[in-house]
Design a protein around this ligand. Structure first.
Ligand code: ATP
Ligand code: ZN
Length: 223
């Protein structure tokens, strides 16, 4: 294993800029080359891995990288997926961060008359978060049919693929643009920093502690 600390962040998307900014504010000096997976910090033994956000929890759980910055929604979904398969999910959330706010919500077409979640009994729900949706519906004792999509979830009802959706929302503008309205929040999320539970060398753990205490300082200063 490399002596350098590996931190996975989202390559391009809603968390990329703020993840990079946070690390830079913590004194990690690096510059990203769009073509490259890895950026080496030049003032400390840290490598930044730029990947799809969905891959981050697994990379940390498998000990491929030491730290990751990812949405709690993606982390929770991956943990439920691994629990469900009987695989260990060796990860600890070090702390919640101050960006990436969103919620995973149920939404239905404007003309749908919604009372509570039982209005969805037996109906088909499109989502990229099948495990979070299943947990919510099981807790309520409601059965439904799956429609798993990695993208374009919000167009599924209009396309006749599903009766409702369970998708991420921040402002609600996307839902509205697709003739949907939000009926129920099933999970609230922020970005978070996670660590693998694989034991670290003392020097690596000392570096993790240093970065974490700087993260705390940066976030406190922004409050
Ligand atoms: P990737 O190519 O890395 O898989 P993606 O399309 O899955 O990207 P993004 O849309 O960039 O992901 O969202 C990344 C994370 O940003 C989400 O998992 C969530 O934690 C957070 N987020 C904040 N607001 C929103 C929003 N309105 N819609 C979706 N995600 C949001
Ligand atoms: Zn993704």
């Amino acid at each position: 294993m490399t002596a350098r600390l590996r931190i996975a962040i989202q390559k391009s998307g809603r968390l990329s800029t703020e993840s990079q900014q946070l690390l830079k504010s913590c004194g990690v000096k690096f510059s990203v080359n769009e073509q490259r997976l890895i950026a080496h910090a030049d003032n400390m033994p840290v490598d930044i891995l730029r990947v799809r956000d969905d891959d981050i929890p697994g990379l940390v759980m498998d000990g491929v990288v030491d730290l990751g910055i990812v949405g709690e929604n993606v982390l929770e979904e991956e943990q439920l997926e691994r629990d469900c398969l009987g695989n260990a999910s060796d990860v600890v959330k070090l702390r919640q961060l101050d960006f990436g706010a969103c919620r995973l919500s149920l939404a239905v077409p404007t003309e749908f008359v919604y009372g509570d979640a039982s209005s969805l009994e037996g109906l088909r729900i499109a989502t990229s978060y099948p495990n979070l949706l299943r947990r919510f519906m099981q807790n309520k004792g409601i059965s439904y049919q799956d429609c798993q999509l990695k993208g374009s979830v919000e167009v599924a009802p209009r396309a006749g693929l599903a009766d409702g959706i369970c998708d991420l929302v921040s402002t609600g503008a996307t839902l509205e643009a697709n003739g949907l309205y939000e009926t129920e929040v099933i999970f609230r999320s922020m970005a978070c920093i996670i660590q693998s539970t694989t034991p670290q060398s003392d020097t690596k753990q000392a570096l993790i502690n240093k970065i974490l205490s700087r993260v705390n300082g940066v976030i406190r200063a922004r409050e």
